[in-house]
Design a protein around this ligand. Structure first.
Ligand SMILES: *Cc1c(COP(=O)(O)O)cnc(C)c1O
Length: 322
């Protein structure tokens, strides 16, 4: 048996699982929700699971600083900022306004203040703003920031965007096992998917079972399943799950709308529907679009039976809507 990596307890586990009675009736499926919006740390979200292992690794390596990057409204950076504080580490991140590429129709975007940005400052994270650019510009900016901090003599632990190292995937491999212990099998687990460790970990946990894991893309990049395969290989090399190939990942690109970080009409309608049917809040960048996908697929008959919607959190971005 492989040995689990070290963990710093940060969140409240297991997260609740419950049925959505009104939406089940409305959509004609047996719909349940896994409440990772209620991880109970720094306003919740899926990144808390990953951070338990990432922070333990940072501490094991003797880091004084954690450095990462993301969009201005990154939920990962908000949770990282809080986790660093709790672990006695300093945190810094490079951020870019949304959208990274392309133009935004006026009145349809997310602000560079409020929401997660406000919370990053509150938790004590240093933010370095870059002008709007590509993901590659963002990664290069983070590497430069990490190098600068090292030149000041501080030991830095670098964390990839969204916390998607093998440790992030491991956290979601465990999350998949957690769901298996909470409930008889689902036909499908639906999750928002972007940097990939959420989907990779869940797919590894359910591989070879009767449960499909369906990722709804929040970033319109068809090559992402190739990156997911690499991550799944790393997870497998550490002894957890079998290696999956790009074709093993169900990654549906039809619900991204105008692009990463651009709220979509269907996503906004899905947020309203969930709020008004079940009193649960979704977010405009990830979970709203994922739930819009789930509703559309249930209505077209592509999704049937016992379905679990994995609520990945993100609610603070609601308060950054222009
Ligand atoms: C980061 C995030 C996701 C995507 O998770 P990945 O592991 O990066 O694919 C989905 N929903 C929310 C709210 C997130 O913050």
């Amino acid at each position: 048996m492989p040995i689990d990596p070290p963990r710093v307890p940060l969140i409240l586990l297991p997260t609740p699982l419950h049925r959505l009675d009104r939406l089940s009736a409305e959509l004609g499926i047996d719909l349940w929700i896994k409440r990772d919006d209620l991880t109970g740390f720094a306003l919740g979200g899926n990144k808390g699971r990953k951070l338990e292992y990432l922070m333990a690794q940072a501490l094991a390596e003797g880091a004084e600083f954690v450095v990462s990057c993301g969009s201005a409204q990154s939920n990962f950076l908000r949770q990282l900022a809080a986790a660093a504080t709790v672990c006695g580490l300093q945190s810094a991140a490079v951020v870019m306004p949304l959208p990274f590429e392309g133009e935004l129709p006026t009145g349809a975007g997310l602000s560079d203040a409020g929401g997660n940005v406000l919370l990053d400052e509150l938790f004590g994270m240093e933010l370095r703003w870059l002008p709007n650019g590509t993901w590659e510009d963002l990664y290069a900016g983070a590497e430069q920031l990490a190098n600068e901090i090292e030149l000041e003599g501080k030991r830095v632990y670098r964390i990839p965007v969204g916390g998607s190292s093998w440790l992030g995937a491991f956290a979601f491999f465990n999350a998949g096992l957690e769901l298996q212990q909470q409930s008889p099998p689902f036909d499908v687990v639906v999750t928002a998917s972007s940097s990939g460790s959420t989907q990779v970990g869940l797919a590894a946990a359910f591989a070879g079972s009767s449960t499909r894991v369906l990722g709804i893309a929040c970033d319109p990049e068809p090559e992402l399943p190739g990156d997911f395969a690499i991550l799944s290989n790393e997870l497998s090399n550490h002894g957890f799950g079998g290696a999956l190939s790009a074709g093993d990942f169900e990654f549906d690109l039809r619900f991204v709308g105008g692009g990463y970080g651009i709220p979509s009409e269907d996503g906004q309608a899905a947020i309203r529907q969930m709020a008004r049917s079940e009193g649960i809040l979704l977010d405009p960048i990830y979970s709203g679009k994922a739930f819009a996908g789930l509703m559309a697929l249930a209505r077209s008959g592509e999704l049937e039976g016992r379905v679990c919607f994995w609520h990945t959190g993100g609610v603070p971005a609601l308060f950054a809507m222009d």
